[in-house]
Design a protein around this ligand. Structure first.
Ligand code: FAD
Length: 502
């Protein structure tokens, strides 16, 4: 007879722990399945993680959370994409927008028409054909209308928010639905001597918590999957050499931008993320090429408001655990792996771990095939995101510092070489295995960083230049006019969901 899981324990109360707890509490009957979350105020959380991608909207919807309540509670702003400054070449900038570029025509991708026009001398950047990018550049925002065929319907968006407030918000959601929170530091993990399965967590306050399934959400320490079960780590730092970050907030200055800005620096890059209450900033860099003191100076010299506090130092290694689920333990969040926040994918990877677990919800026997499928899926997710992030470093013409020289000339995974070569020939790019980043994303970064195909698709190459440019011009004019009708981002937020501040 099938026996069902009755005791689930989540160790860790950062975004990963509370997102897992909230999702489980929305699904399982708390009378039949106990979900306990243990966290230690003494250890605290990482407390960064402010930019997201549009998939978070689905996560909140799955929980039945209303957008304005969420935005008020987390001081969120809207995000239409990421502006990359100085990445391909110094002095250049492009936007990786959410949503599409233009409109596909006659079964061909929009960017093929754009390439055809470019060959004939048309000079408008592809950003001009993305509704999200056009609105972002004007610091405007409006929600996409439901079911309308206007340019605004092409907008997709995500949020900038305070991740600590998000965890707090989800804590209250989960506790209302029966999750029990236990304060305490785990000092010892009790394992079954034969199988190695985790049986209980012993806390510093004398409590012992038993469970059948354990989520390791302990952040970089990976206390359960890494330290206890001995699962090793795939180190990708030869492809992603940044291994340190410093983060600090500053006050707002200038218009409230509805996008993240990522500016390349001599040995890494700096983020700028505006929430409703402050601007989050961070400098990610490689210690092989820059010391911490210089990194701090660069960060502080490039803030556009008054600094709030002193920079927090964080160390990391890009990569992921060899397996994400071993025995009766699943790592979610930083304990599972970390790819630097260049494309804001960490919270997404948490969400993906949770969704995949739910899709495979096991019985108490925890079948090996379920575990294998989970590991296969998460490995693929990490590898696909990895390739997209490496592209930003590899596709650069910069040779002005040893760091950029290294990135430009480093070897890259074969999977990424294939994608780059395919795009270079005639601008082709395809989405493999439901990968997170769709065509628009790859095209934006390829073109934004100077990988321009030798020719466009041969079928489109035969179209008359004037006809193609007329279509493009009407799209561009429609988008520019639509953006001009939108409220500013600040005005929209003020009417929609001003944050409730203490
Ligand atoms: P943590 O926040 O570290 O939480 C770990 C939890 O485990 C804590 O509650 C701690 O108390 C508990 N714990 C640990 N050991 C014990 C113990 N022995 N006993 C009891 N409790 C214990 N993500 C994005 O999506 N967008 C971003 O813009 C972004 N920016 C980032 C920038 C940087 C520099 C870094 C490093 C990460 C960034 N991330 C971003 C990632 C994001 O911060 C994390 O993925 C997210 O916050 C999840 O963290 P976590 O819950 O895994 O770990």
């Amino acid at each position: 007879m099938t026996s069902y899981l009755k005791e689930i324990v989540i160790l860790g109360g950062g975004s990963a722990g509370w997102m897992t707890a909230a999702a489980l509490s929305s699904l399982v009957d708390s009378q039949k399945v106990s979900v306990v979350l243990v966290e230690s105020d003494q250890i605290g959380t990482i407390g960064v993680g402010e930019a997201t991608i549009p998939d978070i909207i689905n996560f909140n919807r799955m929980l039945g959370i209303s957008e304005d309540a969420f935005m008020k509670a987390t001081h969120a702003t809207f995000k239409l994409g990421i502006e990359f400054v100085d990445w391909g070449r110094k002095g250049q900038a492009y936007i990786h927008p959410f949503g599409t570029h233009g409109v596909d025509m006659n079964g061909f991708d929009f960017h093929q028409y754009w390439l055809r026009a470019r060959q004939g001398g048309h000079t408008h950047p592809i950003d001009d054909y993305s509704m999200s990018a056009v609105a972002a550049r004007q610091a405007r925002f409006d929600l996409p209308p439901a079911g309308q065929n206007s340019p605004r319907a092409h907008i997709r968006y995500a949020y900038h928010f305070d991740a600590t407030l998000y965890a707090r918000f989800l804590r209250s959601y989960a506790e209302q639905r029966g999750v029990r929170r236990v304060e305490g530091k785990v000092e010892r993990v009790v394992q079954n001597p034969d199988s190695g399965d985790i049986e209980a967590l012993a806390l510093d306050n004398g409590q012992t918590l038993t469970g059948e399934l354990f989520f390791d959400c302990t952040g970089f320490s990976a206390l359960l999957l890494g330290k206890t079960l001995g699962v090793g780590y795939h180190d990708w730092s030869h492809w992603l050499p940044c291994d340190a970050a410093q983060a600090v907030a500053c006050t707002h200055a200038g218009p409230l931008l509805p996008y993240t800005r990522s500016t390349a620096r001599p040995s890494g890059w700096q983020w700028r993320i505006p929430t409703q209450s402050r601007t989050g900033n961070g400098h990610i860099y490689s210690r092989a090429f820059m010391d911490d003191g210089e990194a701090t100076e660069i960060l502080l010299a490039n803030l556009d408001g008054e600094v709030m506090g002193t920079p927090r130092q964080i160390r990391f290694t890009a990569g992921h655990r060899h397996t994400f689920w071993k025995n009766n333990c699943i790592a979610i969040g930083l304990s599972a792996g970390f790819l630097e926040p260049l494309e804001s994918t960490s919270i997404y990877l948490i969400q993906e771990g949770i969704s995949r677990f739910i899709a495979l919800f096991p019985d108490a026997s925890l079948p090996a095939v379920v575990r294998d499928e989970y590991n296969r899926h998460m490995r693929t997710e990490f590898e696909q995101v990895r390739d997209f992030i490496i592209l930003h470093y590899k596709a650069t013409e910069r040779d002005d510092t040893p760091f950029w020289d290294y990135c430009r000339t480093m070897s890259i995974p074969d999977s990424l070489t294939h994608k780059i070569e395919l795009f270079r020939t005639a601008g082709r790019t395809f989405r493999y295995e439901e990968e997170l980043f769709a065509r628009t994303s790859w095209v934006a970064v390829f073109l934004g960083q100077g990988i321009v195909p030798q020719t466009c698709d041969p079928v489109i190459a035969h179209l008359p230049y004037d006809t193609v440019v007329r279509s493009l011009e009407s799209m561009r004019a429609a988008m520019a006019a639509e953006a001009a009708r939108m409220p500013t981002h600040a005005a929209f937020l003020q009417s929609y969901c001003p944050a409730v501040r203490a």
